[in-house]
Design a protein around this ligand. Structure first.
Ligand code: M6R
Length: 630
């Protein structure tokens, strides 16, 4: 949720080249702003003091504040963009929070669950609080330990030791970063169930909630484990657990380049990411099969004998990723004949699910940090399930805590509304399904080869949709004053309808609902009145039995009641023309792969309509890119 950056340099390093801590931290915040944007703040250490600025609203408000009230040059700094949990998005609740008489500054991502109890304890000691946040309680606790328990003694680790002691008392999920005026060349950080990555530089080191926080400066990153504390100086990185025992991080190379996280000439990241989709699918397919059309998912590194025994698959995810899971279910059951359930991760562990050693739990997450999904995966592992993560973010927590990972290679997704990650997730889930089918001998190798060949044609087909989206854009602009849009689909078109509705809700703030077309007559059809726009995702007429004709009947039913029908259909499906006000054709493709195409017009529609309404497409209100609280 919140974005976090930390930096320490030395005078012979980047600071000499004109990059002080503030420049580095602000650049990191600019890249991380997508994580949270209801306030932003920075703190630097200079001349034996902490200097801090913070402002509610977007990062631009903080930049204006810094222009009005500049900070002194510094080599050590921290910065934060907030997604409010405890306390509204005000200047006062913005991070950093100070303690120890203004000498200690703390930023935080997560939720400190026992903050109320700790606050009472600190109030009794005379601590005065200025905000409503749980973060200020953590800052006060840390300051109290540093000053009263350690007597502010920096000779023996000082801030690091204080952080260890404080973390022993904190419950919940948190990443904390702290700087202290008495230790001007150190940033100390702690992580429990919340993301934090270290960036290794030359004569400088970095911290970020993800690698975007320092991607402009280094590609060398270090993954931290749970319940670890890291202390960075310009030349050192030391990791311990919460009790001071030395710990190791795992270094990896970041293969995202900064340019791929820029808008590349598009008006928004979302628009750019929609256009990245041919590449996202192609990259996700790359190198995962051999010339004979055999899948080679060696990266899974799970004993094939175990996978052969799998008798049930549970897909766990949230939001768009869950819709990718719903799409995958149709393909996996079809190819592998293994019963597959898809469950919202936040519901999973509260219903006493039936999970055993022959259950394969597949989590899907773009960020790899979604707390609901992480907790569900942990629970599944505890129950003995085999866990595979489909994830877009190298080094993130969910893949690290799973038995195996299949990365989607969609590149960084910055816009809060997920687009290219969705198509890459479906692609990766298909590869997993085909791999299981191959392993278990469920389908002939020739069929696998054919599906792979069809998947290989998808990027060019997406490109064709993107190239012909003019009419759709015009339609979206003309519909900017609509109050409600409905979406219908059947079979794999059903999750596509749900995804189309979600996109519109989250970025255009428009009432939108997706329904299974067959469900309409059981209630939702009452919503249809004269002029109600309804998108209908029509299955291929070449598909299974009566699926196409059933959906055409559904279109007729709503049309008869005045609906304005906007149809997504396959090229060559002339039959739907008679029943639709607008038809958007997508290229022919096998039925199970259709979502990789039919989703694209709905993404474009939502993006264009939100832009026409004048909304910030990339940073919709109340949302954050990765939801790291439960
Ligand atoms: O990072 P994840 O894929 O785990 O995120 C899951 C959802 O929070 C995410 O897909 C969300 O629904 C998107 N904002 C939808 O566009």
């Amino acid at each position: 949720m919140c974005g976090i950056v930390g930096y320490v340099g030395r005078t012979s390093g980047r600071a000499d080249a004109g990059h002080g801590a503030l420049d580095v931290v602000l650049e990191g915040l600019r890249r991380l702003e997508y994580r949270g944007y209801d306030s932003a703040g920075v703190a630097v250490v200079a001349d034996g003091e902490i200097f801090s600025r913070k402002k509610s609203g977007k990062l631009s408000n903080l930049l204006a504040e810094l222009e009005a009230r500049p900070l002194p040059a510094s080599l050590t700094g921290i910065g934060h963009t907030r997604w409010a949990t405890h306390g509204g998005p005000t200047d006062q609740n913005a991070h950093p929070h100070l303690s120890d008489g203004g000498k200690l500054a703390v930023i935080h991502n997560g939720i400190i669950e026992n903050f109320a109890e700790l606050k009472q304890e600190l109030l009794a000691k005379g601590v005065v609080f200025e905000s409503e946040t749980d973060t200020e309680v953590a800052a006060a606790l840390l300051g109290d330990i540093f000053r009263n328990k350690l007597n502010g003694d920096v000779s023996d680790g000082g801030l690091t030791t204080a952080m260890q002691l404080a973390c022993q008392r904190l419950e919940g999920a948190f990443t904390l970063l702290a700087v202290h005026a008495d230790q001007p060349d150190v940033v100390v950080a702690a992580r429990r169930n919340s993301p934090l990555v270290v960036g290794l530089g030359e004569g400088e080191n970095f911290l970020g909630s993800d690698v975007s926080g320092f991607i402009d400066y280094t590609r060398r990153a270090v993954e931290l484990g749970q319940d670890q504390i890291v202390t960075i100086t310009a030349d050192t990185v030391e990791i311990t657990d919460f009790y001071g025992a030395p710990a190791e991080g795992k270094e990896y190379h970041v293969d995202w380049d900064p340019a791929s996280a820029e808008k590349g000439g598009f008006a928004s990241f979302m628009e750019k990411e929609i256009h990245d989709q041919p590449d996202a699918v192609a990259q996700t397919l790359l190198g995962r099969s051999d010339l004979n059309g055999k899948l080679t998912l060696d990266e899974l590194r799970i004993d094939p004998a175990l996978l052969k025994k799998v008798d049930k698959i549970i897909v766990l995810a949230c939001g768009t990723a869950a819709y990718a899971g719903m799409v995958a279910k149709y393909a996996i059951e079809n190819w592998c004949r293994i019963p597959t359930e898809v469950e919202l991760a936040h519901e999973f562990r509260y219903r006493d699910p039936i999970v055993g050693p022959n259950t394969l739990v597949v989590s899907i997450s773009q960020s790899g940090e979604t707390m609901d999904t992480l907790m569900a995966v942990r629970y599944a592992r505890e129950q003995g399930a085999i866990t595979v993560s489909i994830c877009n973010t190298n080094g993130s927590t969910i893949p690290r805590e799973s038995d195996a990972v299949l990365y989607t290679h969609a590149g960084p997704e910055i816009a809060v509304a997920s687009t290219k990650a969705f198509l890459a997730q479906i692609t990766a889930a298909y590869l997993l399904g085909l791999y299981l089918a191959q392993l278990r001998g469920n389908i002939f190798s020739g069929q696998i080869k054919d599906v792979l060949a069809d998947l290989g044609k998808i990027p060019a087909k997406i490109q064709k949709i993107l190239d012909n989206a003019g009419e759709l854009r015009d339609l979206a602009r003309s519909m900017k004053d609509e109050k409600s849009v409905l979406f219908l689909g059947r079979h794999v078109g059903y999750p596509v309808a749900l995804e189309g509705a979600l996109k519109l809700k989250e970025i255009a703030y428009l009432h939108a609902e997706g329904f299974a077309a067959g469900e309409l007559k059981h209630g939702p059809i009452a919503l249809i009145e004269e002029g109600q726009p309804v998108f209908v995702v029509v299955p291929s007429p070449r598909g299974r039995d009566s699926l196409h004709s059933k959906v055409v009947s559904n279109i007729q039913e709503i049309r008869a009641r005045g609906a304005r029908t906007l149809v997504i259909a396959e090229e060559g499906d002339e039959a739907v023309r008679d029943y639709a006000e607008h038809v958007f054709y997508v290229p022919e493709t096998p039925v199970l792969l259709m979502p990789l195409l039919t989703t694209v017009p709905l993404q474009i529609f939502a993006c264009e309509l939100a832009a026409a309404k004048g909304f910030d497409v990339d940073q919709p209100r109340n949302l954050a890119k990765s939801v790291t609280v439960e």
